[in-house]
Write a protein that binds this ligand. Structure first.
Ligand SMILES: O=c1[nH]cnc2c1ncn2[C@H]1C[C@H](O)[C@@H](CO)O1
Ligand SMILES: [Zn+2]
Length: 360
């Protein structure tokens, strides 16, 4: 029997790539807009607003997809709103059965009403703590990644912020935003600083731009993981008999077990893939790249980890072993100490999947 959406929801899952400002509840956006005086929402009806985000993000272009964040970032400018959004994020992920999540956002985008970068980080950490304490189910642990916007010039400052808060819930760093024209090497000083500090980072690469972006992220910047990385497929050729030949970069990514934070539905919306069945995740899983499955932006893609899994089950016929493999891959790739990753794999993930597999 293939796993149903309900069964998948009950399995313990791990999420490595989820944007805080891409996962707000529509009702919350409307309420926060009223409370904080934000008057630019396209509609104040939560159902229509939810639909608006989905449709506006469904453009086939990353640049247009990113324009929708104006409204979520617009209502996340006060301490109270950041605490609330982060708390609800932890609750929503826990309700979906996520046991460990790394949620990212760009602190520099939340200072227009006077908050300092430190105040932004502290508000979000407080929200995650509150939301995790209130969450039921398997329980959830949330780590934060601080993102710098790749078209701006504050990456060094944000990298320093990530290091400053590393012992209280910030587990890593990332760069995001429009990819074409903004190569990761623009932020080389930040990445070199993080390496000297023994800190972890991932880089959005190979989503809206191809192999050069992935190559720079890994070989110039030293990324631990790749956000998306779908275009690694451009370095793999598949023969008529299904056998695959890997170019040097694809071989390096696979040999070094570099985790790919894949976000199938998001990729359909930004034009990186045409359908789930055509998504490179099918081939990459078959070739044993270290693939993980993620949401990217739950609001814009109207999705959850469980729903992403369910779509993959439908498109590729995956069973519980595949879903467990993705989950263990994600846990192995988390920016947590090794012993804590192992404890979650052996104490939570494997027993949780065993229960789902053997339940009649
Ligand atoms: O998929 C994405 N690619 C590049 N940038 C993204 C993606 N999803 C969200 N972002 C941007 C918009 C957000 O405001 C920012 C921080 O979360 O990251
Ligand atoms: Zn992303």
């Amino acid at each position: 029997m293939s796993p149903s959406l309900d069964d998948i929801r009950r399995a313990p899952k791990v999420l490595l790539h989820d944007h805080l400002d891409g996962g707000l509840r529509a009702e919350t956006i409307v309420e926060l807009a009223r409370e904080t005086g934000y008057d630019r929402l396209p509609t104040v009806d939560p159902d229509n607003l939810r639909l608006w985000f989905q449709e506006a993000a469904d453009s086939g272009s990353l640049e247009r997809y990113l324009e929708t964040f104006e409204h979520t970032v617009g209502v996340m400018q006060t301490r109270e709103s950041l605490v609330r959004v982060a708390a609800e994020c932890a609750q929503d992920l826990a309700a979906d059965g996520v046991v460990y999540a790394e949620v990212r956002y760009a602190p520099e985008q939340h200072t227009t009403m006077g908050l300092s970068l430190d105040q932004v980080v502290e508000a979000v950490l407080e929200g995650f703590k509150l939301g995790s304490e209130q969450a039921g189910g398997h329980g959830i642990r949330v780590g934060t990644l601080l993102t710098a916007m790749r078209h701006k010039a504050r990456s060094m400052e944000i990298a320093e912020l990530a290091v400053r808060y590393r012992d209280v819930g910030v587990v890593g760093f990332d760069i995001a935003g429009a990819e074409a024209g903004y190569p990761p090497t623009r932020h080389l000083d930040a990445f070199e600083y993080l390496q000297r500090e023994n800190a972890h980072f991932t880089i959005h690469a190979g989503e809206a731009f191809g192999l050069p972006s992935i190559w720079q992220a890994i070989q110039w910047c030293g990324a631990d993981r790749l956000g998306h990385g779908v275009r690694i497929i451009d370095d793999i050729s598949v023969a008529g008999d299904g056998s695959a030949k890997l170019g040097r970069l694809a071989a390096y990514v696979r040999d070094k077990r570099i985790p790919l934070e894949m976000c199938p539905t998001s990729n359909l919306q930004t034009g990186a893939a045409d359908s789930i069945a055509d998504h490179p995740i099918g081939l990459l899983r078959r070739l044993h790249f270290r693939v993980t499955v993620n949401t990217d932006n739950r609001l814009m893609s109207s999705t959850s980890v469980s729903l992403e899994f369910a779509k993959l089950v439908e498109a590729f016929g995956y069973g519980w072993d595949d879903l467990q493999w993705f989950t263990v891959n994600a846990m192995k790739s988390a920016f947590l100490p090794f012993d804590e990753r192992l404890a979650l794999i052996n104490g939570v993930i494997k027993p949780g999947f065993a229960q789902r597999k053997w339940q009649p």
